[in-house]
Design a protein around this ligand. Structure first.
Ligand SMILES: [Zn+2]
Length: 327
């Protein structure tokens, strides 16, 4: 059968190419495998190491955000200028989402979970990417949350109530839990924020008694130490990662897109609940990681969302890592 098919293709495709393929001992690639999915990329995950810890950055797509009103304390013209300086659109920002999976000592830990099935239609690619990276949700033993905004927690529970990581323990910053689970705070919140409070209860309500709260400054898992980084939310947390001589700072939402907020650390995105406090936290952390030449990861930086911070005038610049084929 095969020889008949080959001889037919020979007539159609030309003998030369086939003869060359055969001479090199290469199998003919079926057309279906040679194509990339329509309009898509290769799966969005990227592995790297910090000492003995293996990190996998996992992308959850993006959400388009109009620039108008996005930065609270800057003129739209200055925001557009910053976007143009980074060769980005003048109309809208594609805010990307990148979580981290951490492997060490045979355990799989996540930091934040993406949007699940609750985000923009251009998001929600997390699970496919997570699986493409070779992981299974039931192998996750711990999920650590940086803060309780929907794009970080909704992946923990589907809209229909299903727990996405059936064997995982949730670890949360105690200050974040205290704020969002406080009914008085929810009742006093402006109407626009009530949905965020409801979302936190939807995600964590069914496991509330099992959630483990942590305090900043104390190692919570080997090599993972939370550091209070308030402003974006009251309990917003970043994580110092260390293994042997290697260190990295997981910066969570200390900045939104680096082209805007690493460049201009005093700017506040609308999502910063306390703008001045968020800016002070941002400056302090950016100063520290640039002085220490420490690798960083940001949740909303361009994929794979990891690099270094260089001081640049009154602001900073994010320098991405060089893509490496080996981890
Ligand atoms: Zn976020």
């Amino acid at each position: 059968m095969q020889s008949i098919r080959l001889s037919r293709r020979k007539t159609m495709a030309g003998a030369g190419a086939l003869a060359a393929t055969a001479a090199l001992g290469l199998p003919a690639v079926p057309p279906a495998q040679a194509q990339t999915p329509a309009g898509g990329q290769a799966p969005g995950f990227y592995r790297y190491k910090v000492g003995d810890i293996t990190l996998t950055a996992i992308n959850d797509g993006f959400a388009k955000r109009p620039l108008e009103g996005f930065v609270r304390n800057a003129e739209l013209s200055d925001v557009k200028k910053a976007m143009a300086g980074a060769f980005l659109s003048q109309d809208a920002l594609n805010i990307t989402f990148t979580t981290l999976a951490i492997q060490q000592g045979g355990k799989l830990t996540l930091i934040d979970t993406g949007n699940g099935d609750s985000g923009a239609p251009t998001s929600g690619t997390w699970m496919a990417n997570f699986r493409a990276a070779g992981f299974d949700p039931k192998d996750v033993s711990t999920v650590i949350f940086s803060h309780f905004h929907g794009d970080h927690i909704n992946g923990f529970r589907l809209k229909n109530g299903t727990a996405v990581f059936p064997n995982a323990e949730a670890m949360v910053p105690s200050a974040e839990w205290a704020f969002w689970m406080d009914d008085a705070k929810m009742n006093a919140a402006p109407e626009a924020m009530k949905g965020a409070f409801a979302g936190v209860r939807r995600v964590f309500g069914p496991v509330a008694k099992d959630v483990r709260q942590f305090e900043p400054g104390k190692e919570i898992l080997p090599g993972i130490t939370p550091i209070a980084a308030p402003g974006h939310t009251p309990g917003h947390t970043v994580f110092a990662l260390s293994s042997g001589d290697s260190r990295m700072m997981i910066m969570s939402d200390t900045t939104n897109h680096p082209a805007l907020f690493v460049r201009n650390p005093d700017w506040s995105a609308v999502f910063d609940m306390d703008g001045p406090q968020a800016a002070a936290t941002r400056r302090k952390l950016l100063d520290m990681v640039s002085a220490d030449r420490m690798q960083v990861a940001f949740y909303h930086a361009p994929f794979p969302a990891t690099g270094f911070i260089a001081k640049d005038g009154n602001g900073f610049e994010m320098v991405p890592v060089q893509w490496s084929p080996a981890i």
